[in-house]
Design a protein around this ligand. Sequence first.
Ligand SMILES: [Zn+2]
Length: 456
Amino acid sequence: MRNLLITSLLAVSVLPAQYKAIHPQVSKIAGEVSEERIAAILKKLESFGTRHTSSSQDDPVRGIGAARKWIHAELQSYSPRLQVSYDSHRIKKQARIPADTDLHNVVAVLPGKYPDQVVISGHYDTLAFPPRRPGEAPAGGGLDGGPRPPLDPNADAPGVVDDASGVACVMELARIMSAYEWDKTLVFIAFAGEENGLLGSTLYAEKARKAGALIEAVLNNDIIGSDTAGNGRIENYRLNVFSEDPSDSASRQLARYIKDIGERYVPALKIDLIFRADRFGRGGDHTPFNQHGYAGVRFSTPSENFSNQHTLTDTFANASVPYTARVIRVNAAVAASLALAPKAPVVWEEVEREGRKTSNLMLGRGKSRYDAHLRWKAGVESDIAGYMVVARSTTAPFWERETYAGNVTEFLLPGVSIDELVFGVKAVDRDGNESLVTAYVPRPRARAKVDTQSDQ
Ligand SMILES: [Zn+2]
């Protein structure tokens, strides 16, 4: 009798007690982010004078060549487990590249148990326009840019906030995380050619897609080093995270995850999700990944100083190390949580319909035709405790309800209309680590073509 009771208790799948709790390893990682190290990285990158993509490749102390060699060597020094390499391309002369040039992204891979990747990125190239003459339009391009003066790629372009701060995030996380074991593979990338039209990230994302790389998330950091805007607005306890439409894209699910995890581990920082691909009229290195169907977001300060943007005053003196450190701690907590968690559930299946193979969203109305019947594929990880079904109204920005389904691959919500809500599902492992949510999003209806007499 006693044995029977225990067996039946064990058969009930219970949500792990650590769910939504602080995971000690994640907390430790976030705590290891060092302001001293960040300051040293920012100052060192500034010391190369310029890191313009077309600046010197061979000068030992000045230009992009010296900078990339230093980043490569630093990454290599952190751990023998980091596989450091250049992702190299020959770029033809074009609008923002005055002559054919070599472009090298610096990539460090920390292999995990699974091939699924979490990418942390920033760009190490810089851009600075010469100081404007009185009466000239402000430098910087974009919405406020006037005619640009000719640019000498070997002139000074310190680029500390844009984007040595993002590179500091890449390097600091590579250093800290390479001392631990992870389920997923971590990829740390310092991109080149961002300022010349997202060249490095575009080529990298295209190659990754062709190779079938399983990139689960791209955490792109660009302009995370400033806490005081040009109008005096100081926002040193807020962070913007940009994600791509539509509202249930993989990018948006990643953004929701970042807010949840980031504010849990770095409660001092309020994370504002901006439901927009990037700053107004601007782009970043997460964009090419989204274009290839990967989930990418951009971390950026809400207090950008436009007078320092792409100018000689984007210096260490105008950067905030404590603010940069807070943003890097958010990255650390998110990357660590994702790297420990199961992968997001799959909610599409291949079926045969009228003799043709087609894919089917695993959401229906159940036998009654008035219920919500959700199905998903079982994850491959052996430590999955179960699955959490989430829902929200179609107009709500965040998930509103969670129901623990247990270790099953289908769930019925009786009397719930699938027309009125958005549904999603995530996997939870025995340590309480949660995966990204996969939302049940139908494909948009294809444009119809109706044959009429006039076609004949
Ligand atoms: Zn930038």
